[in-house]
Design a protein around this ligand. Structure first.
Ligand SMILES: Nc1ncnc2c1ncn2[C@@H]1O[C@H](COP(=O)(O)OP(=O)(O)OP(=O)(O)O)[C@@H](O)[C@H]1O
Length: 252
């Protein structure tokens, strides 16, 4: 049994069947990629894991908890964190403050309205935040205002904000979208390193096949809301069904 078990999940938007009987098993500590052409249902599926959407049918179990009907903050407390395509950071705060807020949230169970008022007394929280920033290579930028970071660093900061909550499952929605090749490669290295040191399970949606094949141990291919193939990377490359699904797009 995996840490994340998706069974017969379907989701319809009006006349469109966005997900059709999706099954997925994600093993503890693994990197599982979900790929597929535009509109295949990848984001819809991810949204079902974080409480943004509720499937019409099926079940999603994470580490013994049903995620269906759970509120986003409850899912977060279960140990699921999501890194968005567009970094969701507090641009007016410093890099360190950005990481301290989710650290408080993890400790106190919710975001406090003004947690930074107590910052000076909270050395424990600051130490944890600084250790997390060190993990993502941003410790020397901790006093910078977040808005002044480069695009790649903003994504690293958002990853630090997720890691500060000590997640068991990290959901990554196109973590390298819009990055230069150099930044992409740095992010691949960072994600590999996070996996090694913390044993965090990762589910990654990604269009860049260089990223997918560098990281994933298992790949599920979605097309028109259905998992058409799920296998190890070497069996995905050149698979006739996958080629057919991508016809007219970048080839896998
Ligand atoms: N809230 C919604 N209301 C109506 N239709 C939606 C909604 N969300 C997604 N869809 C539709 O569901 C289908 C699947 O969309 P989804 O965003 O999950 O695909 P995707 O695989 O993530 O695509 P991309 O790679 O382009 O991001 C698409 O046809 C999309 O237009």
């Amino acid at each position: 049994m995996g840490i994340l078990e998706v069974r017969n999940v379907s989701k319809r938007f009006g006349g469109l069947q966005a997900l059709n009987n999706v099954n997925l098993t994600v093993e503890q500590g693994s990197v599982h990629a979900i790929i597929g052409p535009n509109g295949a249902g990848k984001s819809t599926l991810l949204n079902c894991f974080v409480g943004r959407l509720t499937p019409d049918t099926g079940s999603v179990m994470f580490d013994g908890h049903s995620l269906l009907g759970a509120k986003p903050h409850q899912i977060n407390q279960f140990g699921v964190s999501r890194v968005f395509q567009t970094p969701e950071i507090f641009t007016d705060l410093t890099v360190l403050e950005n990481v301290m807020i989710p650290t408080f949230a993890k400790r106190d169970g919710a975001y406090k309205l003004n947690p930074l008022a107590r910052v000076s007394q909270e050395t424990e929280v600051r130490d944890h935040a600084e250790a997390t920033l060190s993990d993502v290579g941003l410790l020397d930028k901790r006093k910078m205002v977040a808005s002044s970071l480069s695009r790649g660093d903003k994504r690293r900061l958002e990853m630090a904000m997720c890691l500060a909550q000590d997640p068991k499952l990290l959901l990554l929605d196109e973590p390298t979208a819009g990055m230069s090749r150099a930044d992409t490669n740095r992010t691949i290295d960072l994600l590999k390193q996070i996996g090694e040191s913390r044993g965090i399970t990762k589910v990654i949606i990604e269009h860049d096949m260089h990223v997918v094949f560098s990281l994933a141990q298992k790949i599920a291919v979605l097309a028109q809301g259905t998992v058409i193939v799920e296998d190890v990377p070497e069996n995905i490359k050149g698979h006739p069904k996958v080629r057919e699904a991508y016809l007219g797009e970048a080839q896998v």
